[in-house]
Design a protein around this ligand. Structure first.
Ligand code: TYD
Length: 140
């Protein structure tokens, strides 16, 4: 399984009236979009996520306000500050994620390449590390 995380910058189709960004499958979104969900009205101080996916591609865009994303591949941890609607955080592969520091006005929109499926979740960090070890030994 491929692991890939990166920031994607979106072109703004704006004019004197304001800004517009279009998200299109395989143009600036590197997968076939099957699902969109968004997180908003987040309670102050809340940290959420705490899971990895066995097989899911996602693109997270903070369309309003700001929040932080911790991505952990089992060896390295990186924190991304999502604070503008012009950039998206692409996440593919076995990556543990946590979201925190939501601003009160934050609207975090997430695009995904599959429908919601609880069976695709790993919600226990020890299990996640076991899966990472398995994956590494398969790739040797
Ligand atoms: P949860 O996975 O706890 O959110 P997070 O990972 O952001 O902390 O999801 C919250 C609830 O919403 C849970 O009951 C599952 C449900 N849900 C859906 O029904 N569809 C979805 O696409 C997602 C992401 C969650």
């Amino acid at each position: 399984m491929k692991i890939n995380t990166k920031i994607i910058n979106f072109d703004i189709r704006g004019d004197a009236r304001g800004s517009l960004i279009a998200l299109e499958k395989e143009h600036n979104v590197p997968f076939d979009i099957k699902r969109v969900y968004y997180i908003f009205d987040t309670t102050d101080g809340v940290r959420r996520g705490f899971h990895a996916h066995k097989n899911l591609k996602q693109l997270a865009i903070c369309v309003k306000g700001s929040c932080k994303f911790l991505l952990d591949d089992g060896a390295d941890k990186n924190i991304y500050n999502l604070n503008e609607p012009t950039k998206g955080l692409y996440i593919e592969g076995l990556i543990w994620r946590e979201m925190f520091d939501f601003s009160p006005d934050c609207v975090l929109m997430v695009l995904a390449d599959a429908y919601y499926d609880e069976a695709d979740y790993i919600r226990d960090y020890a299990n996640f590390l076991t899966e990472v070890t398995k994956l590494k030994s398969e790739c040797k």
